[in-house]
Write a protein that binds this ligand. Structure first.
Ligand code: GLU
Length: 298
C-alpha cells in the first residue's frame, strides 16, 4: 500500500493540510505501507522552493515522515506530454479559445471556488474556424454523456453525469501549463499510489481523475476524502486565518497537543490529550473517522 502527501508549495501549511496529512500518514503506517512526498508545483507563478522547504520541515516537526520523495511536478513535463499525446491519439482533445478557460485550470479546484461547467463552445469548431482564431488555445478533454461513480472509502459513492456535472475540462492551459487534473493522475499512476487521502473539497474532482485513469489504461487508487476543518462561525479554515498558521500554533502548543486535538476532532481518540503521530497510527481506524466537516476550536 502506498499513500502520498501532495502539498502545493504556494504557502505554509495550515491546520487543514495538517489534518489531511495526519490521517493519510496514519492510514499508511497502520498498514505498514509506504509514504511518498510529492511537491505539486505545477504553477510556477504561485509556488516556490522556499515554501516546499518549509512544508518538509513542518511535516517532520509533527513526525509525519516519508519513505521517498518523487520528482516535483515542474520536472514532469515529459510525462504529462506523453499522456496528453495518448489522449490526443484517441481523438478526445480539442483546442478551446474561450477566455475564461485559463482561470482555474492549473490549480486544484476547491469547494466553493467558482467552478463552472463548460458549455462546449469550441467543441465542434471547423478547421477553418480554428485557424481564424487569434488567441492561443487551452486544450480540453471531451467527456461523454455517461454516469461516472467514485467509491469513496469514507464518503461512500459519489456519482456525476460527466456531460452535465463536469463538462469538457481543461487539460492544458493556453500558456502551456498542464492542469492539475491531468498532472495528478499521471503522477499518482507513475508514483504507484494505491491510496489517496485528501480533503473532501477534492471529491468533486475525483470523477474527472478516475475517468482519466480509465482512458490512460491505468488502475485508479482508492480514495478517502476526509472532512474539512471549519472555524466556529462555519468558515473553512484556510491560509487566510493567520492565527491558525502552524508557526503561530507551535508557539502556543506542542506538536503532540495539536495532533491530540485533531485526532479527537476526527473521532479517533476519546479525549483531547497529547499524542504523537506514531502512537495515533497504532489506534487508527477508518471506521472511527468522521465523515462530516468539523468545527474546530483549539
Ligand atoms: N496539491 C493539491 C492541493 O494542495 C492536492 C492535490 C491532491 O491531493 O490530489 O490542494
Amino acid at each position: 500500500m502506498t499513500g502520498r502527501f501532495a502539498p502545493s508549495p504556494s504557502g505554509r501549511m495550515h491546520l487543514g493540510n495538517l489534518f489531511s496529512f495526519l490521517l493519510a500518514w496514519c492510514a499508511v503506517r497502520a498498514e505498514n505501507g509506504e509514504m511518498v512526498l510529492r511537491m505539486e508545483d505545477l504553477d510556477p507563478q504561485r509556488t516556490s522552493a522556499e515554501f516546499a522547504a518549509l512544508i518538509r520541515r513542518d511535516l517532520l516537526a509533527f513526525g509525519l515522515t516519508w519513505d521517498r520523495e518523487v520528482p516535483c511536478q515542474s520536472n514532469r513535463t515529459a510525462a504529462y506530454d506523453a499522456a496528453f499525446a495518448q489522449l490526443e491519439a484517441l481523438g478526445l482533445i480539442y483546442p478551446c479559445y474561450c477566455s475564461r478557460s485559463q482561470v482555474h485550470a492549473a490549480s486544484a479546484p476547491h469547494l466553493g471556488q467558482s467552478e463552472f461547467v463548460y458549455a462546449g463552445t469550441c467543441r465542434n469548431l471547423t478547421p477553418e474556424q480554428r485557424t481564424a482564431q487569434t488567441r492561443l488555445p487551452a486544450w480540453r478533454l471531451r467527456v461523454p454523456d455517461e454516469e461516472w461513480t467514485v467509491h469513496d472509502g469514507l464518503q461512500g459513492d459519489y456519482t456525476e453525469l460527466l456531460s452535465r456535472d463536469c463538462g469538457d475540462f481543461v487539460l492544458r492551459r493556453a500558456d502551456g501549463v498542464y492542469a492539475y487534473q491531468l498532472a495528478v493522475v499521471v503522477d499518482d499512476a507513475d508514483n504507484g499510489i494505491t491510496q489517496v487521502v485528501r480533503g473532501r473539497d477534492l471529491l468533486a474532482s475525483t470523477p474527472r481523475q478516475t475517468y482519466l485513469f480509465s482512458l490512460l489504461g491505468k488502475p485508479a487508487p482508492e480514495y478517502c476524502h476526509v472532512p474539512l476543518l471549519l472555524a466556529p462561525d462555519g468558515r473553512r479554515l484556510s491560509k487566510r486565518d493567520g492565527d491558525l498558521d502552524l508557526a503561530a500554533l507551535l508557539e502556543r502548543f506542542t506538536p503532540e497537543q495539536i495532533i491530540g486535538s485533531l485526532a479527537h476532532a476526527a473521532g479517533l481518540i476519546d479525549r483531547n490529550e497529547p499524542i504523537s503521530a506514531q502512537e495515533l497510527a497504532t489506534v487508527f481506524d477508518w471506521r472511527k473517522v468522521k465523515k462530516e466537516d468539523i468545527y474546530l476550536t483549539l
